[in-house]
Write a protein that binds this ligand. Structure first.
Ligand SMILES: CC(C)=CCC/C(C)=C/COP(=O)(O)OP(=O)(O)O
Ligand SMILES: C=C(C)CCOP(=O)(O)OP(=O)(O)O
Length: 291
């Protein structure tokens, strides 16, 4: 069952992330607390779970890749802390709690993000794998997080506020801002578990469709979601004058685009049969999610 498997993988992550954040030996207690505040605030842990499940789809054991999985969640959490800062989206709530800068101030919040990003690369070095494979995975993740991936997409996002952009530009922005890390998560899990080129290509196709379905759903939830359930403000895209799949088309159209992306993702998994059951159920669940 999807929920049980997801919960089991999440539990493993929670305890490993907890172990990584050693408050007692921290050079600066406030910084360590602020990193912990956001990292342990209960996200869905989608990216690390995807990494582990991609490994399972190619016959590996997800648990064996826990360090790479933790590193991804640290990078994702850093990006959320920075995304919420006054200089970016200026949001007050995230993961059902006040945003990091609302509690610790913008300076410490910026440093907490920086620290999680750098810690991620120390943590991934704990991952057992032959050095060539590990270097390949670190390259996947750093490229996805960097200027030609997440950071680049975020820059396009900021520069597009208040402007009308085309569907093509929107897709390009999201492929960087959100899609790149999902893609790196899935590819990294597959690479670590020894996927061949054909398997890797199929999972990359799944990853790209997954990212698209996730983003369209995020845009839809920003319009019709329940603030208490999603743990962050709704209507923020409109307030920040952002183009989304909903504003560029319509709610109905956005729903259809999300469904098409799910179909594409499921199709990409066909060669894996039952081994990819979790990835299949997850993407199907994704478009009906409430948070
Ligand atoms: C380098 C940085 C800061 C990257 C941010 C990446 C990211 C996916 C932010 C959240 O996007 P969003 O603003 O669309 O989502 P939410 O509604 O969750 O804030
Ligand atoms: C990419 C976007 C839209 C930011 C939120 O990501 P998630 O929806 O995965 O957030 P958490 O569950 O990790 O809080």
């Amino acid at each position: 069952m999807l929920k049980e498997e997801w919960a089991a993988k999440r539990a493993l992550l929670e305890s490993e992330l907890e172990r990584e954040l050693n408050l007692e030996n921290a050079l600066d207690k406030t910084l360590a607390e602020s990193m912990r505040y956001s990292l342990m605030a209960g996200g869905k842990r989608l990216r690390p779970v995807l990494l582990m499940e991609a490994a399972e789809a190619v016959g590996g054991r997800g648990e064996d890749y826990i360090h790479a999985a933790c590193a991804l969640e640290m990078i994702h959490t850093y990006s959320l802390i920075h995304d919420d800062l006054p200089a970016m989206d200026n949001d007050d709530y995230r993961r059902g709690k006040l945003t990091n800068h609302k509690v610790y101030g913008a300076g410490i919040a910026t440093l907490a993000g920086d620290a999680l990003l750098t810690l991620a690369f120390e943590v991934i070095l704990r991952q057992k794998a032959d050095s060539e494979t590990l270097c390949r995975v670190i390259r996947e993740i750093s490229q996805a997080a960097g200027p030609d991936g997440m950071v680049g997409g975020q820059a396009i996002d900021m520069e597009s506020e208040g402007k009308s952009i085309t569907m093509d530009e929107l897709r390009k922005m999201h492929m960087g801002k959100t899609g790149a890390l999902f893609r790196a998560a899935i590819r990294s899990g597959a690479i670590l578990a020894g996927a061949g080129e054909t398997e890797l290509n199929a999972l990359t196709r799944y990853a790209e469709a997954f990212g698209l379905a996730f983003q369209i759903t995020d845009d839809i939830l920003d319009v019709i979601g329940d603030e208490n359930e999603i743990g962050k403000p709704v209507g923020s895209d409109e307030r920040n004058h952002k183009s989304t799949y909903v504003t560029l088309t319509s709610l109905e159209n956005a729903r259809q685009l999300a469904k098409d992306a799910v179909d594409e993702a499921v199709l990409a998994l066909e060669p894996f049969g039952d081994k990819a059951w979790f990835l299949k159920e997850l993407v199907e669940f994704l478009i009906s999610r409430k948070k």
